[in-house]
Design a protein around this ligand. Sequence first.
Ligand code: HEC
Length: 150
Amino acid sequence: MFDAFTKSAARNIFYGGSLVFLVIFGGLTAHSHYYMVTKSTASAPLTEAVARGKRVWERNACIDCHTILGEGAYFAPELGNVFIRYGGDKDPAGARETIKSWMQAQPTGVPGRRQMPQFNLTDRELDDLAAFLEWTAKIDTQGWPPNVSG
Ligand code: HEC
């Protein structure tokens, strides 16, 4: 049997095998791309306010205490879905207001609770931050986190 395994047979197996897996690889790449643009991207448009809100988020290093979509520090609650937690799927304006009031009410000074600093953000920064957190909540994370409390 090994007599029949010629140089050209080896070459054909090499080229044929490479071609098959190249086609599979191409198909999987196309599928990943399709999935990204149709499923796993935020359904809400990326507005200027959202982009500014992200910069407010970064400038004030909220991630030093919070996680967003699981990334960050574990001192304070997950904020990727705080907009949903504040009822934003039913009342978006109400949820935006709640986020703003929360920011303005810090620190609470409640004994025994972890405290969040006061950032003294302007009204516009607060609006942008709320827009950013609203946008984040609309990313399709495929069911993560598993519960609304994050
Ligand atoms: C020094 C740590 C720290 C930093 C920095 C911080 N936070 Fe917080 N944050 C907390 C803590 C602690 C809580 C929970 C307080 C409580 O439950 O009483 C909290 C709670 C929150 C909540 C309410 C979450 C909920 O589920 O009700 C929001 C919204 C929030 N933070 C937004 C922000 C934003 C936006 C920034 C950045 C501008 C930020 N935080 C920076 C510590 C921090």
